[in-house]
Design a protein around this ligand. Structure first.
Ligand code: ATP
Ligand code: MG
Length: 292
């Protein structure tokens, strides 16, 4: 098995039942060195560009990539590096922040549903509807702001949200959306180091937000929420990848490997022309040749 395929399989969670976050080491590099990983990435980026070209030409599958993580885990930089060779016309990135008043007036899947990728495109969700079982679970006051009727707020609410997410993803998969979900798993110690870097380096100051330190105080609650969400929503048609995120060079390689594996599984081909279309091409060639 090639090294990329091995990486894609190693961190993939297809069934959440036995998933435990503590079995996953944020520092893991699968025995690779930084030099080895960095040497592999350009080849991945080239392969992704070719696969995306076929996805676009085939125009039947949509690809949805979901990125979730604690602050400073490297979502932005993984997206930037892994997608760097991709034709911007075939790719849509949406970052979901705290919901607007209009978004809060709708059910929790509404705002992301309007931004799902079209056929032939790769859609990237930088955060997603999973925030509804992560930050909203950790901060019950956010749930209060959603103004759900009392009858909808009960002990089974989180289980019902998982079920809505599972149903939604199954529906998408049945209708031609390939789904891959990435949890960039950074350790608390590495997050601290990255925050300090953002504070100390003037060129990184803009990335620092005091609110991020506040969220860090809820670390254990977040980890429980992530574990529960992954357990409840990992399925073969919508797998999670729990990607070690203490080394950014490794995170990028694993995300790229998972994406290559996913796109290759579609066995995409350039559309083949029908007999009549081939005759039309021949006519066009003759007409163009006559111009000379
Ligand atoms: P970066 O910090 O790298 O710019 P980010 O994704 O952390 O990226 P921020 O603007 O810092 O972006 O944070 C967005 C915030 O919005 C996060 O704290 C996230 O938890 C919150 N958020 C996202 N979706 C929801 C939601 N449905 N309900 C409440 N808060 C949400
Ligand atoms: Mg942030």
């Amino acid at each position: 098995m090639s090294i990329l395929r091995r990486l894609a399989r190693r961190y993939r969670i297809d069934r959440g039942k036995r998933f435990r976050l503590r079995d996953h080491d944020p520092e893991d590099c699968a025995g690779l060195t930084k030099d080895e990983a960095e040497a592999l990435l350009p080849e991945c980026i080239e392969r992704l560009a070719a696969l995306q070209d076929r996805l676009y030409a085939d125009d039947r599958w949509a690809v949805l990539l979901i990125f979730q993580a604690m602050d400073a885990a490297g979502k932005d930089s993984a997206i930037k590096h892994v997608m760097s060779g991709i034709n911007p016309q075939g790719c849509q990135v949406y970052a979901f922040k705290a919901p607007s008043a209009e978004e809060l007036d709708h059910d929790f899947l509404w705002r992301t549903a309007c931004r799902l990728p079209e056929r032939g495109r790769i859609g990237i969700f930088n955060r997603s509807y999973y925030e509804e079982v992560l930050v909203v679970r950790v901060h019950p006051e956010l749930l209060a702001r959603q103004r759900l009727p009392d009858a909808c707020v009960h002990d089974a609410l989180w289980e019902e949200r998982y079920q809505s997410i599972r149903d939604h993803e199954l529906h998408l998969a049945r209708n031609g959306t390939l789904i891959r979900k990435f949890f960039l798993h950074v350790s608390k110690g590495e997050q601290r180091r990255r925050f300090l870097k953002r504070i100390e380096d003037p060129e990184r100051n803009w990335k620092f937000s005091e609110a991020d330190v506040g969220e860090r105080a809820h670390w254990d609650d977040y980890m429980r929420a992530y574990e529960d969400a992954i357990r409840a929503t990992a399925r073969p048609h919508a797998p999670w990848f729990v990607v070690p995120a203490d080394h950014k060079w490794f995170t990028r390689l694993v995300v790229a490997a998972a994406l290559i594996d996913a796109l290759e599984s579609l066995q995409l081909e350039y559309p083949k022309l029908a007999e009549e279309q081939r005759r039309a091409l021949a006519r066009a060639r003759r007409a163009l040749a006559r111009e000379r």
